[in-house]
Design a protein around this ligand. Structure first.
Ligand code: NDP
Length: 491
């Protein structure tokens, strides 16, 4: 496929959305959004906001809050249902913009758009279910019940690796529960963010209820420091997330964090190897390894090690790296030159530390962001087996027995996802109960989740707020009040 196949009409004009108006106010100048697969073909331009842009958006959200809350759950749900219709209808256009900016394959980007529709539909339905609880009272005639009210103005800060779905995971439940939103997306995917904001805007979200501000991380810093922002939901790196946590909690705001991972997959000797090889290679290398849930450590137990490594090496060697718009491509480029530089440095360091290279994908196109998926065999002394490298690199570690496998799997500061391959019920049970991770898969990849089930991590992978997605998503976005109600005496 060449550039003439690209319908650039799908790429929206870069603009903020503040108070229902599209704005190209650019106090920080104008920036270019790049295509990592085609560095000579910029995707488009967008305005750079600053702290004043964030403040204007928060003002718009504050002004919109009372009416949005008063509109009621039914009317809010109908708007989200219309957003779902538009996400489905615009799935191809959204996928194209995301692929152009992020580099991922078109089917994967399209999948994000379709799951965004599903998320809006699910959260709209959930808004109509009761989250109240009733308790017995020690006082005769009294009822105790909890009621939920909206949290208030919500700041949403998102990364580029799932540029459609992660924002919608956050925005849909925030809106459904009656909160106005100010959203700052990642600078690598600003035009995808504009296309998403347009979906909600066109679906009938009232002015000021969803505000989009484009600009650098420092603008995000101004957003989270704003006293009028009641809560911040963030997905991204550990360093930035912890900085946001410190600022928001210092002013007694609420914060939800989804951060990094170093996800293990244990392959036991009784594993279905066909299933394990496909899932581990997909989990490690899929989406160019740029998933927080990617498989970073593959723990092979006993004699299965050699056959597992041979078969994984063959599968990694056969991967097709290329432009995400090419239907033959399995693995797109890394998101940026900077991201590639970090991955190259980590690979060189691993080799210098003694890692054995067992597979490197061949036939990788020239270009500053393309990176060959690489499989290592090594031990826990390798930095790469402890620190997250956000790219298509993974390491097989050999252990002798089950106890060693589970201990090694848990020997990380992170705890986002984990998986095991076995048909032994005892080992499955140990995995579910002993692996310190927010998501545990049995005979499945560490990657992937369903939008109606809770998502989040343990240890340094998440904060302490309620899980995202599923029927727990509304907990972060609402305040619980406990009401004690008893009748007075008749006159
Ligand atoms: P960053 O933390 O750098 O950026 C995430 C978002 O925060 C971007 O919108 C960024 O804006 C913004 N930001 C940057 N600095 C600040 C600041 N000081 N105050 C407020 N906002 C700021 O992460 P990456 O974009 O590099 O994303 C990759 C990382 O995210 C990986 O480490 C990965 O593990 C993690 N991640 C975790 C997920 C999870 O669910 N647990 C899912 C996806 C990724 P800008 O782009 O303008 O710098």
């Amino acid at each position: 496929m060449n550039s003439s196949d690209t319908s650039l009409s799908a790429v929206p004009t870069g603009a903020h959305l503040i108070g229902g108006d599209w704005s190209t106010h650019a106090p920080g100048g104008t920036a270019t959004s790049d295509n990592p697969a085609r560095p000579d073909e910029p995707v488009g331009e967008y305005p750079l906001g600053d702290a004043s842009t964030a403040a204007d958006a928060v003002s718009a959200a504050v002004d919109a809050q009372a009416a949005w809350t008063a509109l009621g759950f039914g009317a809010r749900a109908r708007i989200l249902e219309q957003a779902a219709v538009l996400f489905d209808a615009r799935a191809d256009d959204l996928a194209l913009v995301a692929t152009l900016e992020e580099g991922k394959t078109l089917p994967e980007a399209r999948g994000e758009a379709v799951l965004s529709a599903e998320t809006c539909r699910y959260q709209a339905g959930l808004a109509k279910t009761s989250t109240e609880r009733i308790f017995p009272s020690g006082t005769p005639g009294e009822t105790i019940r909890t009621v939920r009210s909206p949290l208030g103005v919500v700041g949403v800060i998102t990364p580029w690796n799932f540029p459609i779905l992660i924002p919608v995971w956050k925005i849909a439940p925030a809106l459904a529960t009656g909160n106005p939103v100010v959203w700052k997306p990642a600078s690598n995917t600003p035009l995808t963010a504009v296309a998403i904001a347009a979906v909600f805007h066109d679906a009938g979200v009232p002015p000021g209820v969803l505000n989009l501000v484009l600009g650098p991380g420092s603008m995000g810093g101004a957003l989270v420091a704003d006293e009028r922002v009641d809560g911040v939901t963030f997905t991204g790196s550990v360093g930035v997330g912890h900085g946001i946590r410190d600022v928001v909690t210092a002013r007694n705001g609420r914060v939800q964090l989804e951060l990094g991972g170093h996800n293990p997959c244990i392959v036991f000797p009784d594993a279905d190897l066909d299933m394990a090889v496909a899932a581990v290679v997909g989990g490690a290398m899929g989406a160019t390894g740029q998933k927080c849930t990617a498989t970073r450590r593959i723990i092979a137990v006993g004699d299965i090690h050699d056959e597992l490594v041979d078969r994984m090496a063959a599968a990694v060697s056969d991967l097709k790296v290329g432009d995400g718009q090419d239907p033959a491509t399995a693995i797109g480029p890394l998101v940026s030159r900077g991201a590639r530089a970090e991955v190259v440095e980590a690979i060189e360091q691993a080799r210098a530390e003694g890692a054995e290279t067992v597979a490197v994908t061949e036939g990788v196109p020239d270009g500053p962001c393309f990176q060959a998926p690489t499989l290592f065999v090594g031990g826990t002394d390798l930095t790469i087996t402890r620190e997250e490298v956000f790219g298509p690199v993974s390491t097989v570690l050999r252990v002798d027995d089950e106890d060693e496998a589970f201990a090694l799997a848990n020997d990380t500061e992170f705890g986002l996802s984990a998986s095991v391959f076995t048909n032994d019920l005892w080992k499955m049970d140990r995995a579910i109960n002993e692996m310190r991770a927010g998501i545990v898969k049995v005979n499945g990849p560490t990657t992937g989740s369903e939008i109606h089930a809770p998502f989040g991590g343990d240890k340094n992978s998440s904060g302490h707020a309620a899980r995202e997605q599923g029927d727990t998503a509304h907990e972060f976005f609402t305040r619980t009040r406990t009401a004690y109600i008893k009748p007075g005496s008749p006159r």
